[in-house]
Design a protein around this ligand. Sequence first.
Ligand code: ADP
Ligand code: MG
Length: 573
Amino acid sequence: MPGLIKILPQQLADKIAAGEVVGRPASVVKELVENSIDAHARSITVVIKEGGKTLIQVIDDGSGISPDDAKLAFARHATSKISTYDDLENIRTLGFRGEALASIAAVSQVEMRTRVHSSETGIKIRNEGGSISAAKADAPSAGTSITVRNLFFNTPGRRNFLKSTATEYKYIADVVTRFALSHPEIQLKFVSNDETILSLDAAELQARARDIFGEKFSATLLFFEDSDDYAGIRGFLGKPDFLRKTRAEQYVFLNGRSIVNRNINHAVSQGYEQMIEKGSFPVFAVYLTIDPKKVDVNVHPSKMDVKFGDESGMHRFVFTSVRKALSSHDLIQAARVSPAGEGNVSFRSEPARDAVRPASFEEMFSPPPAGEARAESPREDRAATPIWQAHNKYIILPVEEGLMIVDQHAAHERVLYERAVAGMNGGEHRSQQLLFPHSVEMTVPDALLVSELLPLLESMGFVLKIFGKTTVIVDGVPTDVKPGDESTILQQVIDLYKEDDKNIRLEPRERLAKSYSCKAAVKSGDALKDGEMRALLDRLFATAIPYVCPHGRPILIRLPLTELDRRFGRTPG
Ligand code: ADP
Ligand code: MG
């Protein structure tokens, strides 16, 4: 019987392999622009027609390729970027697999013109479906220009899989946008069907972001930078009032490469903590730099997927820097109380310096002991500022720019949430010992849940003992629990914890902190005394994020004077 196994002819093998690198026009654009960047281009032009289906051209002013190398460049596994195994462990270029040009040429009609800066003459090479011809080039400018026509002309199956021109165009526009963001120092032009879509001068990141996102939106971005021994990070973060419905505008770059990495996306989102409701996504771009030895980029032919040697270390690093950036920026934009008398009292958000130091309930709702009030918010001054409670629900106060309206329940939730999380993270917690321990009868599953969550509950300030299958003895509760609620708070928290299955994918600690803060917080409808409101505001503005409640609802609304003036038909001033 004749053998069944045959070696595929080279051309067929090449076409199959090409599919991995060149899935669609956008991947051709990506590979070509990567080559231009690796060639240290200062200026790159991308020209396409019909979503790249009929024409893709990438022109650069990079190093160029010598005539001999130029022919080699189309061979499979031909690369100037690595030569040893050690190089593969230490990749500093975007390309390294030596596959792109071979793959592209296997499934299209390619023309390359290139000239190195030190030579007068260049070379022009045609490669149609893998068959090469070369000729002296007619006065090309230094650098490289590669034209790809009729992608998949010889693989109708693949060609038929292409989406509409509009869709392929969108993929390309996304790739180009990513390059524009990843390398602001490179001048970039993008032309589609003879129309100039982008024409960007070399710029700093901030200016490039403005070019891409527009003046107005980019003005709301928080730019940040951080580093430690392990890695460096910089970039920008969108504020929680400008959320998107998709992750499409979340950009992650690693050593200049656009990557897709759930671990990092997750770390950034965690950094936003509970500022954001599920289903909404912040805009961000983070630029990571790390020793190439600590990351493997050779995971997939697209090179978009990477593996970190220390995934959790990377997660921690990104999370911590984003968190720091968000909490150090003034998310509530300098709302200032204008007390009678001298000086303004700043209501700026500050790092959560109080968050780990819990206060008793009375302390929460009474002026803090002398000396504790922060220098910039002396109580006497604050006392001079009138504040009102409206409908036992909102606290209204005049601030320098106008009026601020605070949702009392959401504000208290934020305070309690941060305190609970701080306790769970090993911070100090304080319990109030109950004079008469309460015995709470629970269902079997509820009591089981309590025993599962016991360490977390204790770190928040509960003191509990479980008896048998259904009895929980409450010896102590967190100091923030309102008098009268001691016997019911545990069951309330457990009930809400169970109900909150919208957040079932959250960590138990976050879910628990949310349930607890919701149940222990003052309610809409609770009348508050003047001192209580002031204490609440003090605590609120000492939290990391006095801006949105743990469920992502706003805590405060600003009504600027300019807005009031506008509504009253007054000229501001
Ligand atoms: P890789 O980028 O993985 O090395 P490619 O197939 O993309 O593989 O390119 C093969 C080689 O061709 C590169 O290593 C590089 O030497 C050369 N090359 C390709 N494009 C350019 C360019 N625009 N400028 C200079 N050299 C280029
Ligand atoms: Mg390449």
